[in-house]
Ligand binder design. Structure first.
Ligand code: NAD
Length: 319
């Protein structure tokens, strides 16, 4: 284990006050990357006045996004706001969640000055802790009394250790957030929808192409297994809850440029070329590449889609 960075913490949740802090890798190397990542600036979304199929609208819906303070969850929160929804951002880093909520509202109002501002709330939560999750969902319902319509589970992290050297407590922590956290949040919202006999709720789990393919060259067996578990949880819940009118789907992104991956390629520059050389689209994904997919799965446009895994990976997993 001498060639790996020793985790600063072994049993607590990953620190999230520093971009990519939860990611641990070989310290040897670094690489070019876009000067700005999504959490530095919201995406530029132009105001739309042309006709759009109404079933894609999220007008009046409330969407909960775990891990929404930054990265993919942040951009998906912005997609929901631009599509008419109110949003509850759930994150371990409550301060950053609050800052992100404020930025998203001000970005929307500056480009839509005559529209009523969306309601965007921030909630501090450790998704791997059932008590924290149930307290958080009570607070979301208090802030959004019309109820929750959509849940996206984006809280998650990765680490690279050789399998034979992976610290057991780190492995449990990773599965605790990526798998248990996804499970606990999905069950929490499903219980509420079943209790209230709500129909049409949509759960979107953020998996990864790593749930279907083994990424190389970085060693990350527990992460890959965690994302395969997420994909299978989506399928299993889709079947269990279909009779309650609840849809559950998985989005499996490829290599996206976020704080998490920026930290990795900063520290291992050769990795960037290696990754891109294997992507048929010839580039890493931009988090905005997920906006259309997550709005589709959240909206009535996908009302007959459940148990699906939507890969958004530039073609990585089909070769
Ligand atoms: N970035 C990629 O290339 C990529 C590719 C495929 C899948 N993914 C998946 O997408 C999801 C988001 O990744 P990202 O790149 O946006 O990461 P990120 O590190 O930029 O954001 C993750 C967010 O989750 C939060 N979080 C971490 N642990 C938490 C916990 N216990 N409770 C609540 N919140 C917690 C962090 O504070 C952070 O705000 C992850 O599940 C990741 O595995 C990412």
């Amino acid at each position: 284990m001498s060639d790996l960075i020793t985790p600063s913490s072994t049993s607590s949740a990953p620190p999230s006050d520093v971009a990519g802090a939860a990611t641990r890798i070989d310290p040897g190397i670094t690489h070019r990357h876009p000067a700005r990542v999504p959490e530095d600036a919201p995406a530029q979304v132009s105001t739309h006045h042309k006709r759009t199929l109404p079933i894609f609208s999220l007008e009046g819906k409330t969407c909960v996004v775990t891990g929404g303070a930054r990265g993919l969850g942040y951009v998906m929160s912005q997609a929901f706001i631009e599509s008419g929804a109110n949003v509850a951002i759930v994150d371990l880093n409550g301060l950053e969640a609050q800052k992100s909520a404020e930025t998203l509202v001000s970005t929307y109002t500056s480009s839509n000055p005559t529209s009523p501002p969306p309601k965007v709330t921030a909630h501090t939560c450790d998704v791997s802790n059932p008590t924290s999750v149930s307290t958080t969902f009570r607070s979301i319902l208090a802030s959004h009394p019309s109820g929750i319509d959509v849940l996206v589970t984006s809280a998650g992290f990765t680490e690279n250790f050789k399998a034979e050297e992976y610290p057991h407590d780190r492995m449990q922590k990773l599965w605790g957030v990526n798998v248990d956290g996804t499970y606990i949040c999905a069950v929490e919202v499903a219980k509420e929808w079943i209790r209230t006999e709500k129909k049409g709720g949509s759960i979107i789990m953020v998996g990864s192409m790593s749930g279907s393919a083994v990424n190389v060259p970085q060693p990350q067996a527990p992460y890959n297994a965690s994302k395969a578990a997420v994909r299978q949880l989506a399928a299993s819940f889709a079947i269990e809850w279909a009779g309650h009118g609840i849809r559950v789907n998985c989005i499996s992104p490829g290599y996206m440029m976020t704080a998490l991956t920026k930290k990795i390629i900063d520290e291992q520059p050769e990795l960037y070329n290696n990754w891109v050389s294997r992507i048929p689209a010839g580039r890493m994904g931009n988090p905005v590449d997920l906006m259309g997919a997550v709005v589709y799965l959240a909206s009535d446009a996908s009302s007959y889609v459940t148990g699906a895994d939507l890969r958004i990976d530039g073609g990585y997993t089909v070769i």
